[in-house]
Design a protein around this ligand. Sequence first.
Ligand code: SF4
Length: 740
Amino acid sequence: MQINEHFLPVNPEELDGQPDFVYVNGDAYVDHPSFGAAIISRVLEAHGFTVAMLCQPDWRTTDDFKRFGKPRLGFLVSAGNIDSMVAHYTAAKKRRSEDYYSPGCRAGLRPDRATIVYCNRIREAWGDIPILIGGLEASLRRFAHYDYWQDAVRRSVLVDSRADILMYGMGERSVVRLAELLAKGVPVKKIRDVRGTAYLAKPGDKIAFDCAEGFDEDGQPNGYTYEELKSDKRAYADAFRIQYYNNDAIRGKAIVEYYDEKMLVVNPPQPPLEREELDEVYALPYARTYHPMYEKDGGVPAIKEVRFSITHNRGCFGGCNFCAIAFHQGRAVRSRSIESCVEEGRLLASLPDFKGYIHDVGGPTANFRAPACEKQLKSGVCPGRRCLFPKPCPNLRADHSEYVRLLEELEAIPGVKKVFIRSGIRFDYLLEDPSDEFFRKLVRDHVSGQLKVAPEHCAPNALTRMGKPPVEVYDRFREKFFALSAECGKEQYLVPYLMSSHPGCTMDDAARLAVYLKRSKLSPEQVQDFYPTPGTASTVMYYTGLDPFTAREVYAVTDYREKQLQRALLQWFKPENRRLIREAMAYCTPAGVRDLEELLGGSPGIHDPERVRSAKENDSRGQKKPASDRRDTDRSSESGRGRQQKPASDRRDADRSSESGRGRQQKPRDGAAARCKTAPSRGKNAANRSASDGGKNSFDNEKNNRGRGKYAPGSGRNDDKRGKYTPDGGTNGGKNRKKR
Ligand code: SF4
């Protein structure tokens, strides 16, 4: 493993003739294996292809797209490490002022819906040249999808971009195969049998794989039409279920969608890279930093959190519904060898700015190193079951011994003082391990003062819809964490990640969480409001009001004010939120009101029925009915919960696809009052999520808290009153799936 002195060409002068590919990227150029563009371009280079990097081109004209001339084989296009709309807008649809993937954190260097915009410019400049799109934005928008920012179901990005082929998931295998076929002279329109890709065909064309929904009597693959998907929420939820269950290399089949005279064909996924292949990808010579052309702007901030971190795994069988990892990387976990990670550790230790600390040894979930069970190696991941939810599957192998060895070997590298774990730990998996060797080691050696974990909520309604374990599991973890910390004489903290307004979560549930936090002496400085990003089951619930795996109705908060109130309850301790707590009472049942009263701690007048009534009246003026009026429907819709199947994290992805905002935690010992630290930002991406905080704000010090954590002023743009329940609940039951 070595550091590359050279970046790939960013100017025509650095090229020796015509490049094979021009890689158009919505992010600044960072040649580090935490960045998809770096991996794909270096993999192609290793296979003998030349790649010119066109990063953050000016999309207003075609000039930049002509900079390298016409590439021999085609253009590769990616919006960047995260979806361009997530990069540009908060969960409240407010424009972000910073962009961690741009030089100097400068916003505005990438267009909204970057994949589409870049492809259009390429077509204008070069006409009918092969365009292959990939990256997270293309991957998660490969099917017709609900777009939160437009509040509508959009067509597959392949249709809107007019690209030739879409690569989804982790693209190494696909891109090499496509490059080889193009190099052999196969016309791009004829390439139809590469796994992990999607293309547009004419209805009636043969497809290369079995179809998930079978074929009709004429041999035509069955699938939904776009018209159905955008007008029928049950059809949309059902389509997601089919897509999700088929995102497995062993049992997955092709899926088609019909768009007027076109048929979108999404081939089954590529198998995950096995250990030796992953080792090879990470052993490629990366420069491991941003291109020097950004030095004048102060560099690219996204490198900071990953420069001294090691990614040891891919995939996630965690199954959180709000996370897109399962839909992108898949549920089959694979990991690098210990030797490969240690070699990277040595390389990090040799860098001049290395201070002795490896910041993270993680991935989508830090403590997964192997597939969930033996069985899935032969049969694929179970479509109708989850590995950890609602309870750990009996076939699950919970074993941290190899991860412990990896950590020990990294610690033994000369120059390494400390190895931290900052990626999310899946605590329910950790507790399943019959040995507590890893737990002890984690607490003793790998926590940098505070450990971030993600209970997300405490109310069963919310947790069930999230695909998270019951809060009692978190409580067990928490107790043991503090007990082990005390055993080794350490005062360290847990930072619980919490999410408000997730589908399934009523105002009563938010009140219950607030009381849980109060009783547990937790005072989250930041919380995340649910952000309906493409490719997650939770987004389907938000849009359709249906659980895509059970077709049961789910309560989904879409009203902006109600979202604000739920969020405010989680920060009940802020003086400015007391008014909102009173307002929230109007949305609660009597049980919820009692919880909120407990939060207010008996302040004079809070039980005054007049206040509650007046809050209700205010709310009913031009707003929706309080939740208390909807309870019966809601309860019936929740019956039978706890039977979902799975998807998975941002984070990690890089893509937990989440907005900023996380919790912080209390002083661990003997349940004493919280001594707060400012929480690290939950971040728009993995890099941000692992940012350390160093803040000094304390719950006890209200002065410090004043003015922080205010709600985003209502823009009105997302004050929509869309149905909280499926409008036509039970209309077709997904029966009109067969189509064209
Ligand atoms: S649900 Fe159980 S059997 Fe199925 S893949 Fe997960 S661990 Fe294996």
